[in-house]
Design a protein. Structure first.
Length: 102
């Protein structure tokens, strides 16, 4: 049986980095459904708390190499548009679904 991993990473506009513990799934679809649910929930909460826009971008397995995530099943980027650095780049939360070992 294949194991699929959901990785969640944060790049903050102050150049700091954070990540959550990996989550493991039996199928890519389950991992992706969880990532979508989490990303949409985070977008809704953040937009209400900060009264601003949130950008969600969905990348399927044919598009992930464009953002440096070759081999991933899917990637979701959530950009916090209220939190910009001096170059105008937002903080980002990235949800990555990839194949695990096993």
């Amino acid at each position: 049986m294949n194991t699929w991993i959901l990785k969640i990473n944060y790049w903050w506009c102050d150049n700091s980095y954070d990540e959550e513990s990996d989550q493991y799934f039996d199928s890519a679809e389950d991992a992706y459904d969880t990532a979508k649910r989490m990303a949409v929930n985070e977008a809704e909460i953040s937009s209400k708390e900060h009264e601003c826009g949130i950008s969600l971008r969905f990348y399927n397995k044919d598009m992930v190499s464009e953002i440096g995530c070759s081999g991933a099943y899917a990637v979701i980027d959530l950009s916090y548009l209220y939190d910009l650095n001096e170059k105008g780049q937002p903080s980002v939360c990235r949800y990555i679904v990839c194949k695990g070992k096993g």
